[in-house]
Design a protein around this ligand. Structure first.
Ligand SMILES: *Cc1c(COP(=O)(O)O)cnc(C)c1O
Length: 217
């Protein structure tokens, strides 16, 4: 199947309340345009500079989502245009996003990334850190960030029960606090596990290789 056929088939499969982020990291503009040309507008990248150069080159009605770990000194490059940052994994990063968004006179939507996987390599806050951040006075003073939900990545494993349990853990945290903080987005699921993630309540799936094919790093 071509990229455009895969995008179409995803859109047919996904329920209306689930948003598809097409993860285009490492892929050239020409391939991303195949998805754009059939009407897709939401793309995810994991490197700030790569996203910025694609933003420069591509049509301006694209919503660019940052899904990877962000270094604080790179925030300024995406502050003018990024539409959602899925991967806020520290207080200091959120502070910097607020600062750079203010300079741009924007309010930037963010998700807190929660660590749910067993692997040490995955970034994220633990539940207690996230709750503490949300309850802190400093956070409540930030006027240029809008935290609208949570994101998580499950362990990379064939054990579907484990993956389901990890997503369930995040869904429970989300359900516990969504009313208090007006959360609307729960970002879970990638090419290998989006079906499980949706069963567990995800409404934002980040799908790369199942649309664009394997990546060569
Ligand atoms: C690369 C990436 C994805 C997409 O992964 P696929 O397995 O290619 O679908 C999703 N989320 C994050 C955070 C990623 O870095």
């Amino acid at each position: 199947m071509s990229i455009s056929e895969k995008i179409k088939s995803f859109k047919e499969q996904l329920p209306e309340d689930v948003t598809l982020v097409a993860v285009s990291k490492t892929k050239p503009v020409s391939e991303i345009m195949e998805a754009y040309n059939i009407g897709h507008r939401i793309f995810g990248e994991n490197k700030v500079q790569e996203m910025e150069s694609k933003w420069q080159e591509m049509p301006k009605d694209i919503e660019w989502h940052m899904i990877g770990h962000v270094q604080r000194n790179k925030v300024k490059y995406m502050a003018p245009f990024v539409s959602l940052i899925h991967s806020v994994d520290s207080k200091r990063l959120l502070k910097e996003v607020n600062k750079q968004a203010k300079k741009e006179e924007r309010v930037i939507d963010c998700l807190l990334q929660i660590k749910i996987a067993e692997e040490d390599s995955k970034f994220g806050l633990d539940k207690e850190e996230a709750l503490e951040l949300l309850a802190s006075e400093t956070f409540q003073k930030y006027e240029n960030v809008n935290v609208i939900g949570l994101m998580g990545m499950a362990t990379f494993t064939d054990d579907e029960t484990q993956v389901a349990n990890e997503f369930q853990k995040l869904k429970d945290i989300y359900d516990n606090i969504k009313e208090t903080y007006n959360f609307t987005k729960l970002s879970m699921g990638m090419s290998g596990d989006y079906a499980i993630a949706m069963e567990k309540g995800s409404n934002l799936v980040r799908v790369g290789s199942a649309i664009f094919g394997k990546r060569n790093y």
